[in-house]
Design a binder for this molecule. Structure first.
Ligand code: ADP
Ligand code: 5GP
Length: 208
């Protein structure tokens, strides 16, 4: 079932400016979700925005963490109702999409949100909200290391192959991002990501 709200905002986290929308991109397996879960605990009032997807849940995942898992019929009904800022079919033809009403609400009401998206989805999001997005590209220290991480996470060779096939497309977009971060040492990368986010949140451009 599709949940009514994707994020429960707490009024005390509201800022006196528009909300920022942080987007992480980078090849699958580079560590986006791992970094997100680490920095989230150190960042008061930055909400993780789960995408909707039709892909199968992996061990350790649950509803809303890190995705809103829906059926193909539910996803297609959401497309019909205009509920996505953007949606894509990635890897094994599964759908992934960003919930537009949540983003509109967050930006208009002064809440900061963060999510991960493929490079094409991120370009669509920037076109829709050019002033509110901070884009951060995560790169692996090497392609061998990326392949190791994919193998450690998932034993299914077809899943891994599909993800490796997209690496070149993803990497080709990295220079279009506001920030680039190499995820080598996890602790160091998490600290750097947190520093970037804090720096952007302290800007005054979106002041009302
Ligand atoms: P993504 O969300 O980009 O697809 P994940 O966060 O699921 O990637 O990470 C893929 C795998 O790599 C996971 O098993 C994770 O524990 C591991 N990983 C993430 N960052 C690092 C790192 N800096 N060093 C070693 N392993 C990492
Ligand atoms: P997975 O989690 O299945 O390994 O990888 C999913 C890929 O889809 C990642 O590159 C992730 O960044 C991307 N992704 C996740 N959610 C969305 C979304 O809502 N829109 C788009 N365009 N890409 C997404």
């Amino acid at each position: 079932m599709v949940p009514k709200v994707f994020i429960n905002f707490r009024p005390e986290d509201r800022r006196d400016r528009d909300g920022y929308f942080f987007i992480l991109s980078g090849p699958s397996g580079v560590g986006k979700n791992t970094l997100l879960s680490i920095v989230q605990s150190g960042l008061q009032g930055v909400y993780y925005m789960p995408s909707a997807t039709t892909r199968a849940m992996r061990p350790g995942e649950s509803q809303m963490h890190p995705y809103v898992f829906v059926t193909t019929e539910e996803f297609e009904a959401m497309i019909e109702r205009g509920q996505f800022l953007e949606w894509k079919r990635i890897h094994t033809n599964d759908y992934y999409g960003t919930h537009l009403p949540s983003i509109q609400y967050a930006i208009a009401h002064g809440y900061d949100i963060i999510t991960d998206m493929d490079v094409l989805g991120c370009a669509d999001a920037i076109a829709a909200f050019p002033k509110h997005i901070c884009s951060i590209f995560i790169t692996p220290p090497s392609l061998d290391e990326l392949s190791n991480r994919l193998h450690n996470r998932d034993a299914d060779a077809r899943n891994i192959e599909k993800r490796l096939q997209r690496v070149e497309l993803e990497m080709a977009h990295k220079d279009h991002y506001d920030f680039t971060l190499v995820n080598d040492n996890l602790e160091q990368s998490a600290r750097e990501l947190q520093r970037i986010i804090e720096q952007v949140r302290s800007r005054v451009e979106l002041k009302r």
